[in-house]
Ligand binder design. Structure first.
Ligand code: BT5
Length: 248
């Protein structure tokens, strides 16, 4: 794959969802470049499993990164994890102390500040990656309170408003760098950093992958980014996808 040096930008004031638009228009985008689709607001912002992503106008980052990978590429499941690490690196430089909730939610102060939705479009000779990220930057406390799980924004924690471009730009730069490393060496170089940032380590969790629900202790991350849960019988089980909740 050619190195993704230049970024092609597409910006909307209002869109249903930057991921939905990118999926629909993937074939028309430059397949040899990174395209970044952003919007001031989303009227139908989506999370995983078609959950809603609150996307009020002008307050937050709503961005979808589009690029192509070979069909047989073994690390598609890691792309969201890498983007979460790129984002965390930038948030740290801005003075925050983020954690990652496996596989790729970003938490600040134990509350969700960013979510990632990785989708794909299949072509005969390649896979189009549609990697969406929503980051709460200046979201008002009133709106944050309407979300059905603890959520926060950079402004809420820092007491200052932030320029959206000054956050997304360095994230894109960092992501291009991290993607190159992932392509050359796989997830292994990120393994330790990711595990060090892992939220809920040692806590009792419930994990649902859409088919089964398992309870166990958040134990560790494998070198390929999968999660190990320690089951009540003392054995480890490895999960490649799923949704974690703290056991009440
Ligand atoms: C995610 O889903 O966390 C992925 C979110 C991806 C959003 C981006 S924005 C740009 C691109 N275009 C899109 O349409 N989507 C992507 P999930 O893990 O399913 O989390 C969804 C859940 O997070 C919801 O059910 C709420 O509980 C919570 N939530 C909704 N809006 C939120 C917000 N703004 N901040 C924090 N939590 C939110």
């Amino acid at each position: 794959m050619p190195k993704l040096k230049n970024i092609y930008y597409i910006h909307f004031d209002t869109i249903d969802s930057t991921n939905t638009w990118t999926k629909k228009n993937a074939a028309t985008l430059d397949q040899n470049q990174l395209t970044c689709v952003t919007a001031l607001e989303q009227t139908a912002g989506r999370g995983r499993l078609n959950r809603k992503w609150e996307s009020p106008k002008g307050q937050n980052i709503y961005a979808t990164l589009y690029f192509c990978l070979p069909r047989d590429c073994p690390y598609i499941a890691n792309l969201g994890q890498i983007l979460s690490l790129s984002c965390i690196a930038v948030l740290k430089k801005k003075g925050f102390s983020p954690a990652v909730k496996w596989p790729n939610d970003i938490l600040l102060d134990h509350k969700k500040v960013a979510g990632i939705l990785c989708e794909t479009v299949s072509f005969e000779d390649r896979i189009g990656i549609v990697l969406g990220i929503g980051i709460n930057i200046n979201m008002s406390p009133e709106l944050l309170d309407t979300i059905d799980q603890p959520a926060t924004s950079l402004a809420q924690l820092s007491g200052q408003t932030w320029n959206l471009e000054q956050i997304i730009e360095p994230i894109l730069k960092q992501f291009i760098h991290d993607l190159e490393t992932l392509q050359e060496k796989g997830f292994a170089p990120f393994h330790r950093a990711y595990e060090d940032l892992l939220a809920f380590k040692g806590a009792q969790l419930t994990c649902t992958d859409g088919i089964r629900t398992i309870q166990g202790i958040c134990h560790s991350i494998n070198s390929d980014g999968k999660l190990n849960l320690l089951l009540p019988d003392g054995t480890l089980t490895t999960l490649s996808a799923g949704e974690l909740k703290l056991k009440k």
